[in-house]
Design a protein around this ligand. Structure first.
Ligand code: FMN
Length: 367
């Protein structure tokens, strides 16, 4: 357990429901909405509840329930304009985006929002989507090679007065982009868990964002990423997805989980499983996201049940601290009824996490 991680308060992010259907592929009633009015209010609730970040999703076409999808960068800007402190992470998919457009858009949003914009570079999992929009579907390793070049170009354009780059995917010759983003530069997150994802994070990303998993599963990834990052003299932090079902009793929370799974939409889950496993297995070592997920796990798009944030506020706070002790700096959270449950999480769970953090600090101070 590194001293620097335990010193810092754990940070919280929530998934922005800018895609319809919520975060579970289930016919259970979800009061979550995907429109902007709902999301503006949610961002304001989250900011008051103690959340640090909101993460938007990018999807160009429907599939497995997500019939409507708002675009990530413009939606992020809308949420930033409606809040004061919240940072919003905009998903960017290399292919549809190139680094020139992304660097320019994000620099401008940085100026419009006092540097509260960040980005999440995603490498693509949905082959049908690429086909639908006429984008070539690269193989897994190549998708990551492109993402890494994309990140190097973003940083270079933002940081260097005159940027030059000769890569396999992108080329720049004496490119001067002004204005630069405000300080601090937008943080660069990345989503994905395969070996290629971990290697890329250890070289170029500020944050490694991974799917839900057990504490042990997360610890292995953290150790791998951090060892490689140390060898590269690169600093990277870790964020983990979890689906929260916080209720007054454990039994109530488990019942909700049971209902979500019992009312899962089997065809949509199977379709998603087929597509996602294709993406996960496509990584040569077979450790990508979803490579080992059961059908029940896949009812939550990013394996969020595996993190087991399902129970009473006290149980959830203790599990979050266990993840922190495994090297996690940020919890990325999904909920069934976002507005109500983000508010409840801020009121009931975050204060317990803070109390446990203070307790650990006292124990460390007393040797
Ligand atoms: C936290 C997180 C957020 C993601 N957001 C998106 C997204 O908005 N759009 C998208 O197409 N893929 C998204 N992905 C999928 C990744 O880009 C990637 O394709 C997937 O995780 C498989 O990568 P892997 O084989 O390296 O594990 C996300 C993944 C994670 C972990």
């Amino acid at each position: 357990m590194s001293q620097s991680i335990t010193d810092q308060p754990l940070q919280f992010a929530y998934w922005v429901p800018n895609v319809s259907g919520g975060l579970v592929i289930s016919n259970i009633e979800q009061r979550t909405q995907w429109d902007f009015d709902y999301n503006r209010k949610l961002a304001q609730i989250a900011e008051r509840a103690g959340f640090d970040y909101a993460l938007t999703q990018i999807r160009f076409t429907a599939g497995y329930g997500a019939d409507n999808q708002h675009e990530s960068v413009s939606f992020s800007h809308g949420l930033l304009a409606a809040t004061d402190r919240l940072k919003v992470i905009a998903a960017l998919l290399p292919g549809p985006w190139n680094p020139t457009l992304a660097a320019k858009q994000i620099a401008t949003i940085s100026h419009l929002t006092q540097a509260r914009i960040a980005v999440n570079i995603v490498s693509g999992w949905f082959r049908g989507e690429f086909k639908a929009i006429g984008e070539p579907w690269l193989d897994h390793e190549e998708r990551y090679l492109r993402s890494e070049e994309f990140i190097r170009c973003l940083r270079g354009i933002w940081q260097e007065e005159t940027f030059n780059f000769a890569g396999d995917f992108y080329r720049y010759r004496d490119y001067v982009m002004k204005p630069k983003p405000l300080d601090p530069l937008p943080e660069i997150f990345q989503g994905g868990s395969s070996r290629a994802a971990r290697d890329m994070a250890a070289r170029v990303s500020d944050w490694y964002f991974t799917n839900g998993n057990t504490v042990e599963g997360i610890r292995q990834q953290v150790d791998d990423v951090q060892q490689k990052a140390a060898a590269n003299q690169h600093q990277v932090k870790i964020g983990v997805n979890g689906f929260v079902i916080a209720r007054e009793t454990e039994q109530e929370a488990q019942q909700v989980l049971h209902q979500i799974i019992a009312q899962a939409n089997p065809d949509a889950v199977k379709g998603f499983a087929h597509e996602a496993k294709n993406a996960g297995n496509a990584s040569p070592e077979g450790e990508g996201n979803w490579a080992k997920s059961s059908l029940e796990d896949l009812v939550q798009y990013n394996d969020g049940f595996k993190t087991n944030l399902i129970g009473t506020p006290q149980q959830i706070a203790e599990r979050i601290i266990a993840l922190k002790n495994a090297g996690v700096s940020l919890m990325l959270l999904g909920f069934l009824h976002f507005q109500e449950e983000v508010e409840y999480f801020g009121r009931e769970v975050i204060p317990l996490v803070r109390e446990l953090e203070r307790q650990q600090q006292r124990e460390l101070a007393h040797g």
